[in-house]
Ligand binder design. Structure first.
Ligand code: PBG
Length: 331
């Protein structure tokens, strides 16, 4: 048959395919989320097989081995003891608390590793919400926006004082980026970056993470602050505000089911776009791999490449160290 155009010519051998590859993920694109708890125990997580709730020293070792493989940044999430959780979440800005101690140890042992912290109240809040909660007369749950921001500013400042490189507000309160920027600048921390969760959806894919930290809300859901999963235009509205308020990076979360949002933000900002491949995305792949239905290395590389292809500059993924290991081996 005569055809003068045959696209398969550009796929005919590994060399041509390698020359034409548009999207290449490297360990420098990845941020490694790590969980930490008090004490000496490194506890494997049943809700997230392959992930661990580390002791401080265990976390430092894990971060060090990932950094040696080329991972440049970690984000740390704490499991806080129940007795330290309060309605006003005071533990979130305790300079002697778990996270400030983790930051100090990481910066002391691995100074070139970028340490990112989560700014939100859910690990510290007795109600399990990202903000302060007011319970109404008939039990209705209200999340207090402006009062929460005051606590978030104290939390961000506490992380900056301990030596964090980047603070990442994941709470979705209105106006928090500007307030945190002002607080950090006033206190002399102009160089601390803000990585804002700009388009964080009220997703069911966070279930395994909440299991890992025992941080499921006691009452109500997160739909008055996290975004409606059916919507895309409000992601642009949040983007516009976060840019004006001084965000240095903008995050889309989750990643895989929200590739359209990643692409939309990429087209509408000059800021770096970050995507978070969340716990539910991780668990789906892990479970299918465990049952023998999917090949782990292939699906992980494909999922991360797709997220980058959609427009993400950086990806938060629980597979960061695995990917860096395969990358070192030549993939
Ligand atoms: C809370 C927070 C959550 C995640 C990161 N920070 C959970 C939530 O918003 O309920 C989820 C991450 C994941 O599922 O991997 N501030």
């Amino acid at each position: 048959m005569y055809m003068h155009i045959r696209p398969r010519r550009n796929r005919k051998n590994p060399a041509i395919r390698a020359m034409l590859k548009e999207t290449i993920v490297t360990p420098a694109d990845l941020i490694y989320p790590l969980f930490v708890q008090e004490g000496d125990l490194d506890e494997p997580l049943s809700s997230m097989p392959g992930c661990v709730r580390w002791s401080i020293e265990g976390l430092v070792k894990e971060a060090e081995s990932a950094h040696k493989l080329g991972v440049l940044a970690v984000v740390v999430f704490p499991a806080i003891k129940e007795e330290l959780k309060t309605p006003n979440s005071e533990e979130s800005y305790n300079d002697d608390g778990l996270i400030p101690r983790v930051i100090k140890r990481l910066k002391q042992e691995i100074p070139t590793l970028q340490v990112i912290t989560d700014v939100a109240l859910d690990p510290y809040n007795s109600e399990g919400h990202d903000g302060l909660v007011m319970i109404g007369a008939s039990g209705e749950v209200e999340i207090l926006n402006d009062a929460t921001i005051e606590v978030l500013c104290k939390q961000a400042l506490c992380h900056a004082r301990a030596g964090a490189d980047i603070v990442a507000p994941s709470d979705m309160m209105d106006g928090r980026v500007e307030a945190i920027r002002k607080t950090l600048d006033t206190e002399g921390y102009q160089n601390i970056s803000i990585m804002s969760y700009t388009a964080k959806y009220a997703s069911a894919f966070y279930g395994p993470f909440r299991g890992a930290l025992n941080s499921t809300p006691k009452a109500g859901d997160k739909k008055t602050y996290q975004m409606e999963t059916a919507n895309s235009r409000e992601a642009l509205h949040e983007l516009e505000l976060d840019e004006q308020e001084g965000a240095d990076f903008v995050i889309v979360k989750p990643a895989g089911p929200y590739l359209d949002i990643i692409a939309m933000l990429r087209e509408n900002t000059y800021l770096p776009v970050v995507a978070y491949q969340v716990s539910g995305e991780y668990l789906m792949m892990k479970s299918a791999v465990k049952d023998g239905w999917l090949d782990e290395k292939s699906v992980v590389i494909e999922s991360l490449t797709s997220i980058k292809r959609a427009g993400a500059d950086i990806i938060l993924t629980y597979f960061a160290k695995d990917f860096a290991t395969w990358y070192r081996e030549g993939l």
